[in-house]
Design a protein around this ligand. Structure first.
Ligand SMILES: *[C@@H]1O[C@H](CO)[C@@H](O)[C@H](O)[C@H]1NC(C)=O
Ligand SMILES: *[C@@H]1O[C@H](CO)[C@@H](O)[C@H](O)[C@H]1NC(C)=O
Ligand SMILES: *[C@@H]1O[C@H](CO)[C@@H](O)[C@H](O)[C@H]1NC(C)=O
Ligand SMILES: *[C@@H]1O[C@H](CO)[C@@H](O)[C@H](O)[C@H]1NC(C)=O
Length: 964
């Protein structure tokens, strides 16, 4: 899956403190919601299967919970070979029950590999038609012999099994066939076989679609739902005349048949390759498509008007080249006969790599240059590359169990940049991994409550534990350490090992160390000089959480490492097999000249090369931030680096300028250097025009905004930053001939957004007048004059400066927009208003799927919380509605950690800490699902923030008042 929500950090705009009026609105709101909750409990079906309780023939003594069906993992007795599945989703509600449903039947042929008298097969929320023996399934033997009778059959809800107890034993080596017939709800819950809705020409349209990863294939048909139990699948879909059906395989034939007295279409698909259940997909829609044949058949599917408007063209244009790139990179032809990609209006993640039928959020696939910013376009290119990368890495070769998820997602998150770079070579997109992944995940991985990349197989059992793994550590740290590995092995050696790994394990499963073995063979072959084996080096990064700060003393040449903790007083309770020491590859420079790679293999060492004698000579380590660590220097070297920044900043490569800022701010957070020293890295920004250093500075200053935007320090910060950003603002004004054209470079376009956001945010009048005049022109003429690149920030600032008129205008545009990318910009911008009742009304809308789609609910709440005026409103809202929010959005969603982290990000007072602890206690019973870890991280972060403010407020205020 691709990461779901990307939240822009510069939407919040300063304003007033929430008043009494807002509080009373909150109380009124929570009454509304408790009524809503009560209503919902009546209306919603229990979702339980038909016969959920154990029949009396089985022992009823309190079970010690060690029956096979109490365990979340399947016993190793049966191995599926082949499934045939027929599904018929109804796109209209049942006239009697009002439910949207699907019916289906399936059989699975499986081999018994260990004698047993028990069949456990996953099944969740399915109702079964009992056979003539009143059993949920029929068992028969394939080819020879006979099958034992089914003694008892029942559904075990907790562990999501259909349990079949047999009269006799299944014989080792014999193949059996299990037939079932079932009904499920086609709910709007974004998991398993579910429905998505949209309006076209005033008519409501319904799509049946799937999201199986991680454990929801079992919600669409009974299956052995573990990634290592690969099998072949014959899929058949029954669907209304006039709709199209898609699945992983190519359509073999579509015929008109009669079912239940209705004329319907039956589409039979080619048998799939041997694959995991979580990669299956079934979709029925009335979509249109465009296609091209570029080695394989490539099709882009979307709503008819979107295809007609050419919104699939960009995806179609870049898919062929990216597939070709990966074929070369992996040295392996695309494993399937077709590649379909489809945009779904309701979709929880960013995208899902179903084999041969990739599903996307609309914003992640559809491109329209009248509405899309360069950032939207980049996201489309990188997500497509991410998913296509999985067609081999993940789908052809699959990790055996979810504990190794980090390798699957980390790998795709790394090579997505390589794939996107092939499609758009002018962008230099590969540099951005430093901001988007390395810096981003440093923030999480520097907490004592972080976790190692790799988990033990036994520790990851329940669906919620699996969901929790879809986090920044798996994606971004995974990507960062693989990039580092590829760098020190060199790219040709890395790809050679990768290619032989894919060759050996095609259509099979692996554990992460299998990749290390193949890389090691490539290393041995190429005689790469490594201080230790690939496995020994990588274990230090994979088996322990966190990362080091490397300290270089240029006076003595000493180089040492220490576990970097954002809060130096936090207590690390997680033991590490390596004592929090890492095998650290150091690429470095001396006064602008690149030096040979060196390794730090122990706690500290001395390297005479790193001694510096000249008065203006400096050392800079972690060239281009290819290493997953931070760097600190002796005070003299820091001074010289700061001098280099202010005298001739281009003597330091731009990625490292971004690094110096980020490292300095974080070292200051960890009390390794004074905060004032970090602030000094922003002095040179007056002369900086490059995007990456600016973005790095803004990401770090964001913390100052969060900590101080409710205090008197804020005014001084604004004044300083206004002075720093004004030259950049003027630069863009000239470059674009008074805002009439668009800068050429991708990064320049990004930095133009930074210039406007920061200038407006810090109160530069010219900026505020500019954006308000654009927005006003749009409202007056109904013609939008704002370039798509600038829309997010312009909308946000104009809505913040405006009132109900501006907000309602945006809401109307949001509701009438048929372009998801445009709607998303408006949705984020509406959270920028400073009017409390508007914010509260907006919060209320997030629980109404008719107003805000479920997929967008949690991110909208986070947007509101980012606004200083919305912060406490959003928090009260979450607290008072937790039960409801959790039951609606808690299952399967991995944006849940984002919700908790997002809403508590600004927390920095004892009062907020107390509330957070209380929240944790009060909802212990309901739980936090995939947000469990995020709750602890938020508590830790809040404690650190409280301390930080106490220690820094005075000096920070003083520095901003007199910045030198
Ligand atoms: C499944 O059975 C339960 C209990 O009888 C019922 O409430 C539910 O609506 C059924 N679901 C479907 C999709 O038929
Ligand atoms: C099925 O749809 C096609 C085109 O939409 C139409 O020509 C045909 O008459 C329909 N057949 C039936 C049996 O409804
Ligand atoms: C599955 O599909 C393949 C061809 O796609 C076909 O040859 C085979 O007979 C099918 N198997 C079953 C059980 O329908
Ligand atoms: C797709 O490629 C065609 C042919 O190169 C080009 O004319 C068109 O502008 C491209 N469309 C997009 C959206 O990139």
């Amino acid at each position: 899956m691709a990461k779901g929500i990307f939240i822009s950090k510069y939407l919040a705009v300063g304003g007033i403190i929430v008043g009494v009026a807002a509080l009373s609105t909150i109380i009124a709101l929570s009454v509304v919601y408790s009524q809503e909750r009560a209503k919902n409990n009546e209306a919603s079906p229990t979702h339980e299967g038909g016969t959920t309780s154990k029949p009396t023939t089985t022992p009823t003594t309190p079970s010690p919970s060690n029956e096979p069906w109490d365990k979340y993992r399947l016993p190793k007795t049966l191995v599926p070979h082949h499934y045939s599945v027929t599904l018929w989703p109804r796109l209209k509600p049942d006239p009697v029950t009002g439910l949207y449903i699907f019916t289906g039947n399936s059989f699975v042929e499986f081999e018994c590999v260990e004698e047993t008298d028990l069949i456990l097969i996953h099944s969740n929320k399915l109702n079964y038609t009992l056979d003539s023996n009143k059993k949920h399934a029929t068992l028969s033997a394939v080819s020879s012999g006979s099958a034992p009778a089914i003694k008892n059959s029942w559904l075990k809800t907790e562990t999501q099994y259909l349990v079949l107890e047999l009269d006799g034993k299944l014989v080792k080596g014999q193949t059996y066939r299990l037939d079932t017939e079932f009904t499920g709800e086609l709910a709007d819950d974004l998991g398993g076989f579910y429905r998505s809705e949209y309006i076209e020409d005033g008519v409501k349209k319904v799509i049946a679609t799937t999201q199986m990863q991680a454990t929801d294939a079992r919600k669409s048909f009974p299956c052995f739902d573990e990634p290592a139990l690969k099998a072949y699948f014959n899929i058949t879909l029954i669907h209304e005349n006039g709709t199209v059906a898609l699945s992983n395989g190519a359509e073999k034939e579509t015929t008109l048949i009669t079912m239940d007295d209705q004329e319907v279409l039956q589409t039979v698909f080619e048998r799939t390759e041997k694959m995991s259940t979580y990669l299956l997909a079934f979709i029925v829609s009335d979509y249109d498509y465009i296609n091209t044949i570029d080695g394989v058949q490539i099709r882009i599917y979307a709503r008819k008007p979107a295809i007609a408007a050419g919104q699939g063209d960009y995806a179609l244009n870049i898919t062929g080249p990216i597939l070709k790139f990966f074929e070369e990179y992996y040295n392996s032809t695309y494993p399937l006969p077709k590649s379909d990609q489809i945009a779904i209006p309701d979709f929880n993640a960013g995208a899902m790599e179903n084999w041969g039928l990739i599903t996307y959020r609309e914003t992640a696939l559809l491109y329209d240059d009248a509405f899309a910013s360069n950032s939207n376009k980049e996201r489309i290119a990188t997500i497509i590359a991410h998913e296509l990368a999985h067609m081999w890495f993940g789908n052809l070769v699959t990790l055996r169990w979810w504990n190794d998820l980090w390798l699957n997602e980390g790998f795709a998150s790394y090579v997505e940049y390589l794939g996107a770079d092939k499609a758009e070579p002018e962008w230099n997109v590969t540099d951005l991994i430093v901001l988007n992944d390395v810096h981003r995940v440093f923030a999480v991985d520097a907490l004592a409550s972080s976790h190692p990349l790799s988990s033990l197989e036994d520790d990851i059992q329940k669906p919620a534990q699996i969901s929790e793994l879809f986090d920044a550590i798996s994606y971004s740290k995974g990507a960062s350490v693989l990039r580092m590995l590829s760098d020190f092995l060199t790219e040709p050696v890395f790809t050679k090992g990768l290619q032989s790994y894919l060759r050996e394990f095609a259509f099979d499963n692996t554990v992460y160390t299998d990749l290390w073995s193949h890389l090691q063979a490539a290393v041995d072959d190429a005689k790469v000089d490594l201080p230790k084996s690939v496995q020994d080096i990588m274990n230090t990064w994979v088996l322990q959480m966190g990362f080091p700060v490397v300290t270089i003393d240029t006076a003595s040449g000493s180089v040492s490492q220490k576990h970097f903790l954002l809060d130096p007083d936090s207590i690390v309770t997680t033991p590490s097999p390596y004592n929090y020491e890492w095998s650290v590859p150091i690429r470095w420079m001396k006064t602008g000249t690149d030096q040979d790679l060196i390794w730090l293999m122990e706690k500290s060492a001395t390297n005479d090369d790193m001694k510096v004698t000249g008065a203006s000579d400096w050392v800079l380590a972690n060239r281009d931030v290819v290493g997953y660590y931070r760097v600190n220097y002796d005070a003299a070297n820091w001074e010289k680096l700061l001098a280099a920044l202010s005298n001739n900043h281009e003597s330091i490569p731009k990625i490292n300028r971004a690094q110096l800022v980020d490292d300095a701010f974080n070292l200051a957070r960890a009390k390794i250097i004074p905060t004032v020293q970090a602030l000094k890295t922003t002095l040179y920004l007056k002369n900086e025009r490059e995007y990456m250093p600016w973005k790095s500075a803004l990401d770090n200053l964001d913390f100052f905004f969060l900590m101080f935007d409710r205090s008197e320090v804020y005014g001084a910060i604004q004044e300083y930053l206004r002075n720093q950003v004004t030259p950049l603002f003027q630069h863009y004004k000239e470059l674009t001939s008074n805002w009439t054209n668009v800068p050429d470079g991708h990064m320049d376009q990004y930095n133009q957004v930074n210039a406007i956001s920061l200038a407006c945010k810090t109160g530069l009048k010219e900026c505020q007048d500019l954006v308000q005049s654009w927005f006003k022109e749009w409202m007056d003429t109904d013609k939008n004059p704002i370039h798509p690149n600038l829309r997010s920030t312009v909308y946000c600032n104009a809505i913040a400066a405006g009132g109900v008129k501006e907000w309602d205008f945006a809401w109307e545009k949001f509701n009438t927009s048929t372009i998801a990318i445009e709607a998303d910009k408006l949705r984020a911008a509406m959270a920028c208003t400073t009017t409390p009742w508007l914010l509260n009304r907006y919060l209320e809308y997030t629980l109404d799927p008719g107003r805000i789609r479920k997929q967008d609910a949690t991110s909208t709440i986070v947007y509101i919380a980012q606004n200083v005026d919305g912060q406490s409103l959003a928090w009260y809202f979450i607290k008072s509605n937790w039960n409801y929010i959790f039951t609606q959005y808690g299952g399967g969603s991995f944006s849940f950690a984002n919700l908790i982290n997002g809403v508590t990000k600004r927390f920095s007072t004892e009062f907020e800490l107390k509330q957070l602890n209380q929240f944790k206690e009060e909802n212990a019973e309901v739980g936090f699902g995939s947000g469990t870890l995020a709750v602890d991280q938020s508590i830790e972060r809040t404690q650190a923030n409280i301390k930080w403010i106490k220690e820094n407020k005075d000096s920070v205020l003083e520095w901003f008042q007199n910045p030198v």
